[in-house]
Write a protein that binds this ligand. Structure first.
Ligand code: BYC
Length: 314
């Protein structure tokens, strides 16, 4: 009788890496290293929290949008962000963690969210800047993630990217129209871009030499490109869009390099990035308070929904 082969942990890990190398997609019921599962939970939950917190700076302008049409499209965008958060929470739950646990980690400061949402939205052009720059950066990052090795995350990204493309276009359109308006309107746009350009570049994370998670995530094809590669891709596609509508990006070193065929650009203020990520950005406290208040104020809704589900669906 043939002996049954006992697979050790390292055999399984070798098989897993062979699957990754062959470009196979990992599904929730497949064997995966514990570190892969943990890294995905960290990264995906940070992404979900970012989508939810991202509703706050834009939600700030719903009551003050300059027309009914602008109000309707802004409401739709903010609602889309809620949907993105929920898809990604669901995708994260396939890794064997409960949504409430993820939310608790966030509310207790144990899970991060994107630095970009700790900046205030001071004028209407900021809504255009967020759509154009923040959603533009998100598209570059998430188009790559739509091909990542973990099936539920990759599939969530496909739909999210389609919606982000709408957001990107509505943001760019807001700015393009304002740039054809009065001197004051053009000044508002320039002011918004001056404030949002560098924080948008920070969305891609620390530079490659300072990114502790990248090597592992790239080995597992969760990340297909490094932080700096995606940042460069975003700059290369955004500069011509700025020029097309007469926006000046606030970087004197920004210049097309004929040899590399990419734009050269200046230096990110990494001290500012570290401050914002560690809780000391302009709006960190305000954002956390808003989310904590929402958790408390929404308690009765969750309780009522659970009671209804227990009565009708169990
Ligand atoms: N902000 O080793 P690294 C959106 C943290 S939502 C805060 O390079 P990794 C949208 C990082 O977590 C945008 N923290 O990390 C929504 C790590 O800390 P921990 C969110 C940051 O994971 C509404 C440490 O720094 N998108 O698009 O390899 C409206 C070291 O970094 C940031 C996603 O989350 C940051 N910017 O790479 C419109 C996409 N950067 O956890 C738009 C998915 C880094 O070790 N996530 N950190 O304590 C990713 O692609 C990657 O997680 C990142 C970071 C590129 C963000």
């Amino acid at each position: 009788m043939e002996a049954t082969k006992i697979f050790t942990e390292s055999d399984r890990e070798e098989q897993f890496l062979a699957r990754i190398d062959a470009g196979e997609i990992i599904e929730p019921k497949d064997w995966m290293p514990e570190k892969y599962r943990k890294q995905l939970i960290r990264m995906m939950s940070q992404h979900a929290h970012s989508e939810i917190v991202g509703m706050l700076p834009e939600g700030n302008w719903i009551t003050r949008a300059p027309s009914l049409a602008r109000k309707a499209s802004l409401i739709a965008k903010v609602q889309d962000e809620a949907g993105h958060g929920l898809y990604i929470y669901s995708a994260t739950e396939t890794l064997g963690i409960d949504r409430q646990e993820l939310v608790d980690q966030f509310l207790h400061g144990k899970a991060k969210y994107s630095s970009i949402f700790n900046y205030p939205t001071l004028n209407w052009a900021d809504i255009g800047a967020i759509g154009w720059l923040v959603d533009g950066a998100a598209i570059v990052n998430q188009t790559a993630l739509a091909k990542c090795s973990y099936g539920p995350y990759a599939r969530a990204m496909v739909r999210i990217c389609k919606e982000e493309n709408f957001h990107h276009k509505q943001g760019y359109q807001i700015l393009a129209i304002m740039m054809q308006g009065s001197a004051e309107q053009r000044q508002m746009v320039q002011d918004a871009i001056n404030r949002f350009w560098w924080p948008s570049l920070m969305m891609f994370g620390p530079s490659d030499t300072d990114s502790p998670n990248s090597a592992e995530l790239m080995r597992w094809k969760v990340k297909l490109y490094s932080n700096d590669e995606l940042r460069q891709r975003f700059i290369d596609r955004t500069v011509p869009q700025a020029e097309a509508i007469g926006i000046k990006l606030p970087d004197d070193k920004l210049k097309f390099n004929e040899t590399t065929r990419h734009y050269d650009w200046g230096e990110i203020n990494w001290d500012e990035f570290k401050q914002v990520v560690s809780g000391n950005g302009p709006c960190n406290k305000q954002r956390m308070k808003a989310r904590k208040d929402a958790e408390v104020n929404g308690h009765w809704v969750r309780e009522a929904a659970s009671a209804y589900a227990a009565k009708h669906y169990n």
